[in-house]
Design a protein around this ligand. Sequence first.
Ligand code: ATP
Ligand code: FE2
Length: 322
Amino acid sequence: MISLGIESTAWNFSVGVVSEDEVIALEGDAYIPREGGIHPREAAQHHSEVAGKVLARIFEKVNPGEIDAVSFSQGPGMGPCLRIGATVARTLALKLDKPLIGVNHCLAHVEIGRWLTGAEDPVTLYVSGGNSQVIARRGGRYRVFGETLDIGIGNAIDKFARYISLPHPGGPEVERLAERGERYIEMPYVVKGMDFSFSGIVTHAMKLCDEGYRIEDIAFSFQETAFAMLVEVTERAMAYLGKEECLLVGGVGANSRLQEMLGLMCTDRNAEFFAPPKRYMGDNGAMIAYTGLLMMKHGIRTELSESYVKPDFRIEEVEIPW
Ligand code: ATP
Ligand code: FE2
């Protein structure tokens, strides 16, 4: 069985093709904002401009006749961006006369992580620009055990990066700065129950910049504090649920320090830590294709009349028969 998947929730228009055993093709085109953060309509405009050529690159590698299903990111994400992916997917499904499958984007991050690492029943820390959640399976669904009360950790880092005039996305740049940090400066550590919040750290980091603190030390302290909050909640979920695997997914998962901190926590608990290759951490079409394939194998498909986008789609809404 071969599945094609389209990802277009935010910054990336990406198309992947997978079989049950491997990623066959993955092509994409990233939208980079001229200034500031991601502008939904501009990103959607970008996606509609590049969709044709991204698909053409895919069809240089894969014969359209081989495709058994067309999957797309149905949400959560930015409405205008989601609609481009959904429209391309509907058109392709009709043209190829194959089933259409609407995929939850967060579920796709988790499932490609499990597929590529072999983690079976992990507590997943899903950290990206827009989302930060601690997720685990219970009773036929994935549940969110803890999440951000305000912005995603990626957006928090990007916001700080913009303030110090670093290019978008700021994550990799801030990581490089943090590696040269020498001194920890106290930051607001906000964990409430199983939830966390990052906007206080951003405001505090900006204030420290204005006060002339060394930028590398601020970046270092930002990461140490925010990541410690995430690791604390992930560990608590593992203890509470009695799970012995931890999986890291989402764009921020590419951060080596976050990987190291989670790895240490897992070693302490005698648990196993998993992280997929960086290429599959951030948004990509292969994760949508793979999750679509799982859904199709279990008889799930999306009628055209049900294929509207869901900007607030939550992972708990999806029943998991596998
Ligand atoms: P979602 O819709 O799931 O919220 P997203 O649109 O934010 O996804 P992702 O590709 O999952 O997209 O994540 C992008 C985020 O990852 C950006 O905020 C970026 O700064 C961050 N990021 C990328 N690399 C790193 C890194 N090395 N360290 C920290 N953050 C990183
Ligand atoms: Fe994502």
